[in-house]
Design a binder for this molecule. Structure first.
Ligand code: SF4
Ligand code: SF4
Length: 316
């Protein structure tokens, strides 16, 4: 499996870079996962985005902590601890740094036993300032695509068109130009091809050193409206336009995630099954989004009322 992590600053297009690389992998026939991870939500703050790609189903989830390729869009991030650029670097990893300083300089500076490639992919502080900066993400995606050896220039171009088409032809063509320039630069400056990392089996997974808390009996831990006075009396369920309906055949009685996440305490556990209090369910559908086996469906309230034979709303 290919595991790639982009590091940059807010506003440098790391999310777009991961999407473009993800789409390019997908077009090449890979299964793909790509996602950004933000720290502080502001321009200039360190962020990272990651991509997993494999010809087999991708079962791994979460942050990549064993990257094959780390792409650093902004070399000023490398010494910043919170940016965590070197997290999980292994001897077989490759770090591609967008920098005007040489690979040797970075090797000495970082003193890590992996492959380090420094390329002036795009000038962060160039004369044309923000005009250049908006292309950092796409340029890094272009150089990274070449190093991975699995994405052709034509596929990269197609992925950019797909991802950025809403921005108009001129912007798309500028981005393609920047990406292909850095793709060619990587081809010219290095013959490194970053190999796929090994599949990791869940059997070998080492749990973090966390504390196991015993699972309380659901009837004591399930949320319910405890506050007296108005909350139990005001029928907030009248606000609802969509109604969550539990398919009890498919409910696998997980750890009552629906009830735990319901912001209104409108799901209680009765007879070992979740029951929705429709008098107080506001129809936010958070329970639906949380249910692991997708056992909760959204039904339009008017449709549900039409189908009801009368009496209190209940899904049982
Ligand atoms: S739709 Fe919202 S309010 Fe209603 S039961 Fe689900 S989580 Fe609670
Ligand atoms: S989250 Fe889904 S599976 Fe879990 S208890 Fe609720 S309905 Fe059942």
């Amino acid at each position: 499996m290919h595991r790639i992590r982009f590091h940059g600053r807010g506003g440098q297009g790391m999310k777009t870079a991961s999407r473009i690389l993800g789409s390019a992998f997908f077009l090449e026939g890979f299964e793909v996962q790509d996602a950004p991870r933000y720290g502080a939500e502001r321009r200039g703050a360190p962020i990272f985005a990651y991509v997993r790609a494999s010809k087999k189903p991708v079962y791994e989830r979460g942050i990549i902590d064993n990257p094959d390729l780390i792409i650093v869009a902004d070399d000023s991030l490398v010494p910043i601890p919170v940016a965590n650029v070197l997290a999980g670097v292994k001897p077989w990893s490759t770090i591609l740094i967008n920098s005007s300083e040489s690979s040797d300089t970075w090797r000495k500076r970082l003193n890590v036993s992996c492959n380090i490639i420094s390329l002036p992919i795009i000038d962060n502080n160039g004369d044309n300032g923000s005009l250049v900066r908006q292309y950092i993400g796409v340029a890094c995606a272009g150089a990274g695509a070449k190093l991975l050896g699995a994405i052709s220039a034509a596929t990269l171009e197609q992925a950019i068109k797909q991802e950025l088409s809403r921005l108009g032809d001129n912007i798309v063509s500028e981005n393609i130009d920047k990406a292909l320039t850095s793709y060619e630069m990587a081809a010219k400056e290095t013959d490194v091809i970053v190999a796929e990392g090994e599949e990791i089996s869940a059997v070998n997974y080492n749990k973090p050193d966390w504390i196991e808390l015993p699972f309380e009996k659901a009837r004591f831990s399930a949320p319910i409206i405890h506050a007296g006075l108005t909350s139990s009396k005001v029928k907030t369920g009248l606000w609802r336009t969509m109604r969550p309906v539990i398919d009890h055949e498919h409910c696998n009685h997980c750890w009552w995630l629906c009830g735990c996440f319901c912001p209104d305490g409108a799901i209680n556990i009765k007879d070992n099954s979740p029951q929705i209090d429709y008098d107080h369910c506001k129809g936010c559908m958070i329970c639906l989004a949380q249910c692991p086996p997708h056992a909760i469906q959204a039904v339009s309230e008017s449709e549900a009322l039409k189908n009801e034979s009368g009496g209190a709303c209940d899904d049982t």
